[in-house]
Design a protein around this ligand. Sequence first.
Ligand SMILES: Cc1cc2nc3c(=O)[nH]c(=O)nc-3n(C[C@H](O)[C@H](O)[C@H](O)COP(=O)(O)OP(=O)(O)OC[C@H]3O[C@@H](n4cnc5c(N)ncnc54)[C@H](O)[C@@H]3O)c2cc1C
Length: 397
Amino acid sequence: MEVELTSEEERFKQEVRRFFAEDYPQHVITKIASGQRLAKDDQIAAQEALNRRGWFGVGWPAEFGGPGWTSVERYLFDQELERAGAAPIIPMAVIYIGPIICAFGTPEQQERWLPDILESRAFWAQGYSEPEAGSDLASLRFRADRDGDEYVLNGTKIWTSGAHWADWIFCLARTSREAKKQQGISMICAPLDLPGVEVHPINLIDGSHELSRVTFDNVRVPVSNRIGEEGNGWHYANVLLKNERLSYAHIGAKWRDLARVRSLAREIPAGGGRMMTDEPLFAARIARVEARLAVIEMAIVRSLREEPSMEAAAALKIACTECAQTITELFVELAGRNRAPMLDRFAADWSEAAPLVPAFGPAGVQSYFFERAQTIYGGATEIQKHIIWRGLARAQG
Ligand SMILES: Cc1cc2nc3c(=O)[nH]c(=O)nc-3n(C[C@H](O)[C@H](O)[C@H](O)COP(=O)(O)OP(=O)(O)OC[C@H]3O[C@@H](n4cnc5c(N)ncnc54)[C@H](O)[C@@H]3O)c2cc1C
């Protein structure tokens, strides 16, 4: 579904397209296209190019160094970034905590943290989940005990994305024990190089070290590192989670990947002299995902005009993440099909019939594995369904 654009918006879209073609580090695009992981320096080069143009703090108001875009402009920017195959913006600093600092931080915090994010001097991590508090986040036990002008942090955060690159972490911490577990939680930020903080990498099924377990042993931070009021962290956490769930749309990337599936399928034999694009079951699967994606895109476009509810954000999170997973399944299916005709059952020496690994195979399989996590992080699918059910129950009295 095309968003109807004013001439001003159309001009903006062309300007963004030109930026990614001419002013953005092309080695980053090439690396991504060939399925390689980006190094931190690549990410910084990409961020610096965006920041030079004033486009890194997406979603931030102009007074804090953001582009101050309308939601349509933001949507067009995201579409063009993904269409160009540029590096996704690492969300923890810019998309998650940045807007919270803009909205709820003190002027001192805004001055201390926001420019470092924009200038790529500080990477951030999100310290929400704990070993016994994932879906049931409010049962978190990470403690911040007040001692004069400081908090003393103790506990463990887990599944912390990007902690190995991060300089800071924003944590949900229990500052008091209340009758209701959602109360008495505060949002507290800590540098990751303080004495008592340890980052332990976790190996993932796709071979990466994206995630870590982060332990805190009597780590002292000033009270001025708390964002917002003490005990009100659950509110900020939920504002952030809604932004997080809406950030999983990646419509441009999904269309780009589906187009790639179609083009690969035209070259991969399905047996019987047909290509995979003509194989009825596979063709139907592609068509089903395309139809689903068109519906999701329509809902996303609608959400640009009116602020979606928590329940709508939950529904979109389910739809977008399941759709992304289905697309990775199509890549794996194609990689497997590519091998099948190479195997000759009558070959005397099977090693001669060694299957060829198609160029897109390794990256396709890795993203298949990694994207399993999409329906877990940011709140698992079952939890999103619970949010929708609760909203419906409330609406029905
Ligand atoms: C790749 C990846 C990156 C992540 N990055 C971060 C990060 O940067 N920072 C961070 O804080 N966290 C991060 N997480 C953690 C993520 O938010 C949690 O994994 C998620 O909230 C689920 O919690 P859990 O792993 O403890 O699973 P559990 O809560 O133990 O859930 C296990 C299963 O039980 C189901 N379940 C649980 N409760 C219910 C219920 N009441 N009803 C029905 N079903 C239920 C869940 O849906 C799930 O399928 C990341 C996770 C992954 C996989």
